[in-house]
Design a binder for this molecule. Sequence first.
Ligand code: NAD
Ligand code: TYD
Length: 376
Amino acid sequence: MNILITGGAGFIGSHVVRLFVNKYPDYRIINLDKLTYAGNLANLKDIEAKPNYKFVKMDICDFEGVMNLMQTEHIDGVIHLAAESHVDRSIKDPFTFAQTNVMGTLSLLQAAKAYWESLPEKYEGKRFYHISTDEVYGALAMTHPDGIEPPFTTKASSGEHHLAYGDKFFTEDLKYQPHSPYSAAKASSDHFVRAFHDTYGLPTIVTNCSNNYGPYQFPEKLIPLFINNIRHRKPLPVYGKGENVRDWLYVEDHARAIDTIFHRGNVAETYNIGGFNEWKNIDIVKVLIKTVDRLLGRKEGEDMDLITYVTDRAGHDLRYAIDSTKLQKELGWEPSLQFEEGIEKTVRWYLDNQAWLDNVTSGKYQDYYHDMYDKR
Ligand code: NAD
Ligand code: TYD
């Protein structure tokens, strides 16, 4: 198979590219990425010389370029991750989010449709897999019907018990209610993907995943930003009261889910991906402080006074919580890591890879592409 992975130089995309390049030596993996501020080829240093890997610098909005690439590389499958992904940026600059997330996705859909329809086998053996977020479902309440104070133990539709901050979860049949320009743009792109299946028969799959954490995440997102700030003893800007709840999944578990769904998921289906792992922001921040302090040989918890409550994010969604029962039951996927284990691994990775962090925070990483490719 020849697989086009978009956004492969970003956080999640780099883990997906690495997994596919290493696990499937018979596949050709083409990584298409514009290398925005969030794209960093240093994330892929360990696999960039592999014979089944190729990088192409391109904007997904460039329809002619994408169409040409699909033809010359004989693309059989698309795994689409390229997007603008940071909610705070979307509040400041919604146009870029609509452009990349909506128009870029439309450009890829049109190119896949036109190329595959030109082949004798048409859509046979082809797949367009769109990676989306749980944020399209909106926000959940933090309530229990009997008035019990969260967190409490609750039963998901799988029958298993989990600690939760509310009795409702995001399931695949929920209506979309995005609140931020980021989630509105992702919701719109999801609708286009489904419309291409329903209108033209394009073999599409959509997945909606919860918040990811792990190595190579751009340090503007909560976990890497705070690890870096604790390391430098800089203030930790907690939005509002830190009471918002997010559902966290280790990034390699998301990449494994993508592998499973790309190969065994049913066309036209939606799968939610998450590990039933809800945390209040402030509790995560405390775990991060203790972990960084301990690993740096400081007194555990001595950096608690870095916590700084700041003005809340506009339209800040209260709670996200994914019910991934469908994926677990139908395709047998399960998260492999407990959160405590994942956080320990993640903090260690950022502390052991300070050069990567320093490069990213200084903007130097953007020279890497020019050294690697332009000078060849
Ligand atoms: P990221 O911001 O780290 O990476 C995005 C990548 O896309 C970058 O490499 C960037 O250069 C590239 N890109 C951006 N605009 C482009 C364009 N116009 N053309 C080509 N490439 C472009 O994002 P991420 O956190 O890895 O998220 C990847 C995908 O997963 C996104 O679609 C996001 O909506 C989704 N998602 C993310 C999370 C999360 O917690 N990070 C959770 C669920 C779903
Ligand atoms: P983030 O990592 O931006 O992911 P998302 O907004 O997609 O969930 O933020 C995670 C949570 O942390 C979210 O509730 C906002 C909060 N947050 C802060 O309190 N301070 C920060 O500096 C950042 C970046 C996020």
